[in-house]
Design a protein. Sequence first.
Length: 472
Amino acid sequence: MGAAGKRKCCATARDFAVPGSCLAKHISAMIQTAPMKLAVPPEPEAPLPAPTPDPAPAPSARTSWLLAAVILAAGLFLRIWPWAGFTGTGFDEALYRDNVIRLDKVGVIGYPAICQLYIEDQRKPDVITKLPPTRFFYIYASYLWKRMEFGDAPPLTPRTEHFAQRDPGLVSLHRVACLFSCLGLIVSGLAAWRILGLRAMPAILALLAFSPLQIHLAQHALIDGVFTFWAILNVWLLWENLQRPNHRGLLVAFAIGLAGMVITKENSFFVYLALCGLVAVNRWAKFGHVTPRLLFMGVLGPFLGVATLVVLAGGPQQFAEIYHLLVTKAETLTYAIKTGDGPWSRYLIDLMLLSPAILVLAIGGIFSQVRGHRAYVYLVAFVGFSYAIMCNIRYGMNLRYASIWDLPLRALAAAQVGAIAARFGTRQSLVTGIVIAALCAYDLRQYQLFFVDASLYELVTGGLLQVVKILK
C-alpha cells in the first residue's frame, strides 16, 4: 500500500475538524496515542445517606396477627355468649356445687373435713360413685369467684325458677369453666405459633375457635375445659424447654403447670405419662434437648401437686382411700357401664360423629405432614401416647376427655388443607382461606345441631348417634 493509501486510511484530527464545531476544538485532547482512551468524566458528589426509619413489621406478620386477633375475638364470643340448648343442672355440676358450698362454709383450713365426709359417704355400699373433692383447683377457683361476685350469698333451693342461672355456686362454677375455656383458646393459639410458626397459627386458631366440643365445655359448669387448659399448657411448655434447654423461667413454669394439672383432675396421670413418652422418644425423634434440670422439674411439679392434695385430704391414708374408692365405685356405676365402655376406636367414632371433616383431614395430615416435620411428629406422638392409655380405661371413656387432642388434630387438619391448596399455585392463600372458613361454618353448624337444637349435654355415643339420626 502506498503513501496515498496510508493517508486515506489514517484519519487525523484535521479530517474531523468542522469550522465552528465545539467537538473540533476538543477532539485533540480526547484522542491520544495508542492505546486510544476516552477521557473519564468527573464523578458527581455522592449525596448524604438519608436517615433510615425503624424497621416495620413484615406485612405478612402484621396481617397474621391482625387475623388472629379477629379470630380470637370470634372464638371468645362463641364461648361467652349463652346459647346452649340445655339450661338445666347436670349430675357433675351438682356435685361440684356441693363442694363449693362446703368450702364456703369451712374454708380451706377445713378441707380435710370435706374429704373425710366424702370418704364416709363412699364407704356405704348402696351409694353411687361421686366426683372426688381432690379436684381441688376447679372447686377452689369457683369458691374464690363466688366470694368475689356473690360474697356471703346463700345457695338457692333447686326448685327456684332459673336455678342454674341464679345460684351463686353454679354460676361461679360456670364462670370459671368459661374463663379457662377462653384461656385455653389463647394458650392453644400461642402454642400453635411457637410450635408450628406464625404462618400456621391463624388457620389453626380458627379451627379451634369454632370447635363444637370446646364451645360446649365453655357453656356448662364442667371441669374438662379447665383441665384442657393445663394439658395444652404443659404440652407447649415441654416443647419450649426442649428448644431452649436450662431456661430458668421456662423450667419453673413447666413445674407449676404440672402441679396445676395434678390438682385439677386425676386424668393428669394420663397426660403426664404421654409427656414422659415424648421425653423418652426424644433421643430418636430429635424434638430438642433433654437436660437433667428438665427431668428434675418434670418430677418436682407433679410431686408438689400430689403433696398439696395429700395435705388437703388430711394425710396420705385419706388421699389413697379417696382414689381407691373412686376407682372401685366407678366400676359398678350403672351409667358408666352403659355409656363409658367400648372398643379402642370409641374416641374415633365419637369424633367422626361430631367433627367428621376435621378428623378426616387430620388423618390425612398424619401421612402428609409427619415426615420431615418434627413439630407435627411431636403433636402426633402426644395424641398417640395419651390415646393408647385412655382408650383402655374400662367404663371411663367420654368424648369430653378428648378435648386435650383438639389442638393436635386441628393443626394436622389445617396443614392438610394447606397441602391440598398448594396445588392451586398463586391462589393457594385464597383457597386455604375459603376452605378454613367453610370448615369453621360446618363446625358451627354441628354445634347448633348437637347442642342447641338437640340440647345435648352428655357426650355419649348413643346420644350422638340419635342426633345424626342413626339411632331413632
